[in-house]
Design a protein around this ligand. Structure first.
Ligand SMILES: NC(=O)c1ccc[n+]([C@@H]2O[C@H](COP(=O)([O-])OP(=O)(O)OC[C@H]3O[C@@H](n4cnc5c(N)ncnc54)[C@H](O)[C@@H]3O)[C@@H](O)[C@H]2O)c1
Length: 385
């Protein structure tokens, strides 16, 4: 099957690489010829490095690269069995592009979007045959990140879902199916990793370095929340938080913070601008963490129970299966453990009592425990045996 990828930027190139590595003739289309030239050179370098490291043979590298056709002409998708769109995150542009795509491809061609924040149902509404729309959400960098969220919308046929799932499984990815709701699994469940960390800082409980130390050293996370926000970029991360917040009809659980807003407004984006929560131009300016274990445990526990509550609520609302939710967080954002498994280990009664004590203390809806957690504590059940 020929695979079409629309958008030759960061995500599009990664998707095209994976598709080509799996033997598909892959058509990579971008409106900008310069982007395509840059992407081609980037792939050449990636392939050369893989050959150098002995991960692939020279012949394979040549075969993979010759599987990709770079083009600025969307008509080149006409023989594709699937087209995966990875262009700019703008609803009206995506809508227009999908209508155009439909006039080019065959009626059996699957049309997929890699959108992070738009609803698949809304993108599908621009199609005449709308049961072929589906979300295929890859993670960056695509060739390295195992997780792919597959999002059928209410229009998507069961057959399309089945075919896409088997295609992505065949590419050696970990595919999880989830509902067409804001943030899908990962970008929803991970919100407290940032939000609660910032809240702890805002209350003056600890500084950035101490919170990061608690989450990495005591919690086993690969990166602390502030280092991660600086890495993602405070502009990007703040915008995602704002989008998720409004998409959830302003549920206080997803409320953005003034702290990050100010960092964004000041241009303190993080690594890419040289300064964010930490200074990257002059690292001697960064204050070392306060390695008080008791304080660290409090910080880690507070963020962890908020993450667990979010994961439980996603299960409560049938966003995905319990296995999918745990896989999504371990394979999509490298959490040291699945959150539901972690909840079992901690004891659901302990998680509930911590949340209830915060809910009582603050009187804020963001700390409300998920009804499923309460039910499970009452019945003495666990997520996994
Ligand atoms: N970057 C990430 O970490 C990430 C992760 C998951 C999903 N996504 C989603 O993937 C999509 C692409 O993101 P990205 O980071 O690769 O962006 P990017 O800016 O690197 O690439 C987008 C490309 O689309 C091209 N483009 C714009 N309009 C076009 C059109 N009408 N026809 C053809 N090409 C067009 C641009 O020239 C650009 O090269 C977005 O929907 C984003 O939300 C991004």
């Amino acid at each position: 099957m020929n695979v079409g990828v629309l958008g030759g930027g960061t995500m599009g190139l990664g998707i095209a690489q994976v598709s080509a590595q799996n033997g598909h003739k892959t058509i990579l289309v971008d409106i900008n010829k310069e982007v395509l030239d840059k992407s081609k050179t980037k792939l050449e370098k990636i392939m050369a490095r893989l050959v150098e490291k002995g991960k692939i043979l020279q012949d394979e590298s040549i075969a993979i690269q010759s599987n990709i056709v770079y083009s600025t002409n969307i008509q080149d998708f006409k023989d594709c069995g699937i087209v995966i769109e990875a262009i700019i995150e703008d609803f009206s542009i995506k809508s227009e592009v999908f209508s155009k795509l439909e006039s080019i491809v065959s009626k059996d061609c699957i049309l997929a979007s890699n959108t992070s924040s738009l609803s698949i149902a809304s993108i599908g509404s621009s199609l005449k045959i709308s049961n072929r729309i589906i979300g295929i959400h890859f993670f960056n960098p695509v060739p390295l990140m195992a997780l792919v969220e597959i999002i059928p919308s209410i229009q998507t046929s069961d057959l399309i879902l089945k075919n896409v799932k088997s295609l992505i499984d065949g590419w050696g990815k970990v595919a999880v199916v989830c509902k067409d709701t804001p943030g899908f699994i990962v970008n929803r469940v991970a919100r407290p990793f940032y939000g609660e960390a910032i809240r702890i800082y805002e209350e003056g409980i600890a500084d950035f370095a101490t919170i990061d130390w608690a989450m990495t050293e005591l919690g086993g996370f690969r990166m602390g929340p502030f280092t991660l926000m600086d890495y993602i970029g405070n502009d990007v991360n703040y915008t995602v938080t704002e989008t998720v917040f409004s998409a959830f009809y302003f549920d206080p659980r997803y409320k953005p913070s003034f702290t990050q807003k100010r960092y964004k407004e000041a241009g303190f984006f993080g690594r890419k601008s040289g300064k964010g929560f930490f200074d990257y131009n002059d690292e001697t300016l960064n204050v070392p963490p306060n390695k008080n274990r008791e304080l660290g445990e409090q910080i880690f526990e507070r963020i962890l129970v908020m993450l667990i509550n979010e994961a439980i609520d996603a299960l409560f609302l049938n966003i995905a299966s319990k296995e999918a939710i745990d896989l999504a967080m371990t394979k999509g954002v490298n959490y040291p453990k699945g959150l539901l498994m972690w909840a079992d280990e901690l004891g659901l009664d302990n998680v509930l009592s911590k949340l209830e004590s915060m809910f009582n203390e603050y009187g804020e809806d963001r700390y409300r425990p998920s009804p499923l957690l309460k039910r499970m504590v009452k019945s003495g059940t666990k997520f996994f045996r």
